[in-house]
Design a protein around this ligand. Structure first.
Ligand SMILES: Nc1ncnc2c1ncn2[C@@H]1O[C@H](COP(=O)(O)OP(=O)(O)O)[C@@H](O)[C@H]1O
Ligand SMILES: [Mg+2]
Length: 270
């Protein structure tokens, strides 16, 4: 049984979609079976992953009974990574997803995806609305991308409180996997000051040590609709997400989370 990890935050533009796709890709390179789910009815991940050129079928069609979960997945060539688009091609579809969030079917489908993989990374919409709550109720862990700027850092406690509330009231096994600093500009004096104040002052192990630096190649990757590692000249950016994937697995082992991969499960390379 894999882990369902919600990639969420109060604010938009912090790299949630980029993180879901690139962390998912990195985990799959490390040998895990990963499903990346676009649970943002705006469908940004579908665009980011080039999915819309392949299929317009996704979560909405599964939830309305038009197709089976397995049929809605688009698999990478080597099958280690699969994507489930939101399937939101018209306004009605967003309602299908919101209705399913309310009656628990959304969470149930998410759990079914975890049965067939090591990681289900869920690209959530920004905020703490009812859809995000429903996704949190079905998740095992939460990863919070955050930019090192006042506006973003100040919204972090409210998001953490929501996660805590869902944990206490609806989902006792929910963990805060951690927060990751994204789009970091190391030349900015104010970011550096905020980094030491917030990240240094946060409870131990809230923030991952890996920092994702600002790099224009991420914009290029979103335009081309691929994980950044697939672009030439992206070594530093790709390495950051690979480092995050390795740190994630280390944290998982330390904290004994769901042991998503046992040594015995490790498959041969050939
Ligand atoms: N590390 C980064 N450096 C530069 N640009 C980035 C980085 N991460 C994401 N971006 C860009 O910032 C924008 C917002 O990122 P996105 O992942 O869509 O955020 P969210 O899903 O939280 O709204 C996108 O255009 C994306 O290409
Ligand atoms: Mg997004």
């Amino acid at each position: 049984m894999g882990r369902v990890i919600l990639v969420g935050s109060q604010k938009g533009g912090v790299g949630k979609t980029t993180t879901a796709l690139n962390l998912g890709y990195s985990l799959s390179r490390l040998g895990s079976h990963v499903i990346v789910v676009d649970a943002d009815p705006q469908g940004s991940l579908g665009i980011a992953s080039n999915l819309s050129r392949k299929t317009t079928t996704g979560f909405a069609q599964v939830l309305s009974g038009e197709c089976l979960l397995g049929e809605a997945l688009t698999r990478s060539r080597d099958e280690s990574l699969a994507m489930l688009g939101s399937g939101v091609n018209e306004a009605d579809h967003a309602m299908v997803i919101e209705d399913a969030a309310r009656d628990g079917r959304l969470g149930a489908e998410m759990r079914r995806l975890a049965e067939a993989s090591h990681y289900v990374l869920v690209d959530a919409p920004a905020g703490v609305g009812s859809l995000v709550r429903a996704l949190l109720e079905a998740a095992d862990g939460v990863l919070i991308p955050v930019r090192c700027q006042n506006l973003y850092l100040k919204s972090l406690p409210a998001f953490l409180r929501l996660v805590q509330k869902v944990k206490e009231s609806r989902n006792p096994s929910l963990e805060i996997d951690g927060a990751v600093v994204t789009l970091r500009d190391e030349r900015s004096a104010s970011e550096t000051a905020l980094y030491s104040e917030f990240v240094g002052g946060a409870p131990e192990a809230l923030f991952f040590k890996t920092v994702i630096r600002h790099d224009e190649i991420f914009e290029k990757a979103s335009q081309k609709a691929v994980p950044v590692a697939m672009l030439p000249g992206a070594a530093a950016a790709a390495r950051a997400y690979l480092d995050l994937a390795l740190e994630y697995r280390e944290r998982e082992a330390e904290r004994g989370w769901g042991a998503s991969e046992e040594e015995d499960d490790v498959q041969g390379l050939f």
